[in-house]
Design a protein around this ligand. Structure first.
Ligand code: DLL
Length: 439
C-alpha cells in the first residue's frame, strides 16, 4: 500500500488566509445563487433585512439565516433546489424526523466535489492505485456506499462494492481478493474483526487489510484501538451527512488527531445551540455547515445538531484545514442504530396509529457483539390486557409493529408489549431513550 498522500495539496495545504479569501468569494456566489433561486432563502434573508451584497467575507456569514432538517422535510423533495431538476443527476437521502426521508439533489458538479472530498480521505490513509477497497457501507439512498465507492475510484483503486451485511461473504471476498482497505461503520469493523478472529484467520497473513475509513456513527479512541488490534490496521475517522455531501465532509489523516474539514467546499462554524451565537475555536458546541461549491442544493448555515469542537492548529501532516474533534453527542434526540439515523418520533408515529397499544413507550438501545440492538417497549391497552386470549393478540401486535417500524425506519427492532401502566411515567420530559451502549 502506498504511503499517505495529499490528494490536492494546493487546496488542502493552502495558506489559511488565502483560504479565507477563497471561502469569502465562494460564499458570495452561493448566497447570490440561493437568493435568486430558492424561495425559502429569499424569504428568510428578506425577513432579516439581509441582501446578497451584504455578504462580502466569511465573517459576514453570521448575518445569514440557519437551515434545519425540518426545512428539508417541509420542502420535500425539490423545494430547496437552486437549479432546475434536469441538472440533478443523483438523489441521496437519509431518515428525517417522520417517516419521509429527507433527500438532497446533486448536480454533476456536486458529485465530482464529493468524489474529490472522499478521494482526499482515501489518499490520506494511503489508498491508491495498488489498493483493493472493500466497501461495506450500504449502497442506495444512504450516502455511505456510493460515497466511499466514488472516492476509491477517484484515486484509481480497485473497488469491491459489497454493500452491508453477510459477514461470512465479506470475509471470504476479503480473503480471496486480498482487500487492503475497508470502509464501513466502526461497529461493523469491530464485528468483522471479531468474526475474522473467531474463524481462526490471522490479520496481515490471511487478511491483507492495512487501513480503514470508518464513520456514519459516533465512536471513541477505545473503539479505534480495538479495531486496530483486531484487524492489524490503521483505523481513521470519516465524517459527513447527506445534506452536505455524505462521507468526506471531514476525514482523519494518519496523525489520527481530528478530522480535516474540506474547507474549500464548506464553511464550518460552532454555535451555542440555544442562543445560536458563534463560539470560538476549542469550545464545544453545535456544528453548522454552509456549502460553498454545491450547485444542486446549496445550504446556508445547516444545523447538524452534532456536538464537537474545532481545532485550527496546522496538523503535522501539512494540511492547514481546521479539524473537528469527535462527535460527543447531539442537541436533538436522533440516535444512530447500525449506521441508520433514527428519531424516536418516527417510532412514535407508528405506535400512535396502532390500535391495541398506548403511546407509552421506551426505546432501549444496546450493543451486543458490536451490533446495535433496539428494543421497543410499548404498553398494551387495558382492553387487550383483559382479553381472554391476550397472548395471541400480543403476538399479532408484536409482528405488526415490527413490520411497520421496519417499513418506516428501515431497521429491525425487537418489540416487547408490556402490561398497562408498567413503563415509568415522568412529570417532566419523558425519558424515551435508554442507550446502554458503551462506545
Ligand atoms: O452517515 C454519511 C456517512 C456515511 C459518513 C459513511 C461517514 C461514513 P447521514 O446518514 O445523513 O450521513 O447521517 C449523518 O451521522 O450528522 C452524525 O450524527 C453521524 N455521523 C456521520 N459520520 C460520523 C462520524 C452519513 N464519523 C449523521 N462520527 C451526522 C460520528 C457521525 N458521527
Amino acid at each position: 500500500m502506498a504511503k499517505s498522500r495529499i490528494y490536492q495539496p494546493e487546496l488542502e495545504c493552502m495558506n489559511p488566509e488565502e483560504r479565507k479569501k477563497l471561502q469569502g468569494e465562494r460564499l458570495r456566489k452561493t448566497v447570490a445563487l440561493v437568493y435568486e433561486n430558492v424561495p425559502l432563502y429569499k424569504e428568510r434573508m428578506d425577513a432579516k433585512g439581509v441582501k446578497p451584497e451584504d455578504i462580502q467575507t466569511v465573517e459576514d456569514i453570521k448575518l445569514l439565516p440557519f437551515t434545519e432538517k425540518t426545512d428539508l422535510r417541509d420542502t420535500f423533495p425539490f423545494g430547496l433546489l437552486a437549479t432546475s431538476k434536469d441538472n440533478i443527476v443523483r438523489i441521496q437521502g437519509s431518515s428525517g424526523t417522520t417517516g419521509k426521508p429527507i433527500v438532497s439533489g446533486y448536480t454533476e458538479n456536486d458529485v465530482q466535489v464529493w468524489a474529490d472530498m472522499v478521494a482526499r480521505a482515501m489518499a490520506a490513509i494511503g489508498a491508491g492505485k495498488d489498493d483493493i477497497v472493500q466497501v461495506c457501507y450500504g449502497y442506495g439512498l444512504f450516502t455511505g456506499g456510493l460515497g466511499a465507492h466514488q472516492g476509491a475510484e477517484e484515486v484509481g483503486a480497485m473497488v469491491v462494492p459489497m454493500s452491508s451485511g453477510n459477514t461470512q461473504r465479506q470475509i471470504m471476498m476479503m480473503q480471496e481478493l486480498g482487500s487492503t482497505v475497508l470502509c464501513c461503520t466502526p461497529s461493523y469493523a469491530a464485528y468483522l474483526g471479531e468474526s475474522i478472529r473467531d474463524a481462526g484467520l490471522i490479520p496481515k497473513k490471511d487478511i491483507k487489510l492495512k487501513a480503514g475509513l470508518f464513520g456514519a456513527e459516533p465512536w471513541t479512541e477505545g473503539m479505534r484501538q480495538h479495531i486496530e488490534e483486531l484487524l492489524g490496521i490503521d483505523a481513521c475517522d470519516i465524517y459527513g451527512l447527506t445534506e452536505i455531501a455524505g462521507p468526506g465532509v471531514a476525514f482523519e489523516c494518519l496523525e489520527k488527531n481530528g478530522a480535516h474539514i474540506n474547507e474549500d467546499h464548506v464553511i464550518a462554524e460552532i454555535i451555542e445551540p440555544v442562543t445560536c451565537e458563534q463560539l470560538p475555536y476549542g469550545e464545544s458546541g453545535e456544528l453548522v455547515f454552509t456549502t460553498i461549491t454545491k450547485t444542486g442544493m446549496p445550504l446556508l448555515r445547516y444545523r447538524t445538531h452534532d456536538i464537537c469542537k474545532l481545532y485550527p492548529e496546522v496538523c503535522k501532516c501539512g494540511r492547514t484545514t481546521v479539524r473537528m474533534g469527535r462527535i460527543t453527542g447531539r442537541t436533538d434526540d436522533m440516535i444512530i442504530i447500525r449506521g441508520v439515523n433514527v428519531f424516536p418520533s418516527q417510532i412514535e408515529t407508528v405506535l400512535v396509529k396502532t390500535k391495541g397499544v398506548e403511546p407509552h413507550y421506551q426505546l432501549i438501545v444496546d450493543r451486543i457483539h458490536n451490533a446495535d440492538t433496539l428494543e421497543v417497549k410499548v404498553e398494551m391497552t387495558e382492553e387487550v390486557f383483559a382479553l381472554p386470549d391476550s397472548t395471541s393478540e400480543i403476538q399479532k401486535l408484536q409482528k405488526y409493529i415490527t413490520e411497520q417500524i421496519k417499513s418506516v425506519v428501515g431497521i429491525q427492532t425487537q418489540v416487547s408489549i408490556t402490561a398497562p401502566k408498567s413503563l415509568p411515567r415522568s412529570e417532566g420530559k419523558a425519558k424515551r431513550v435508554i442507550d446502554n451502549r458503551k462506545l
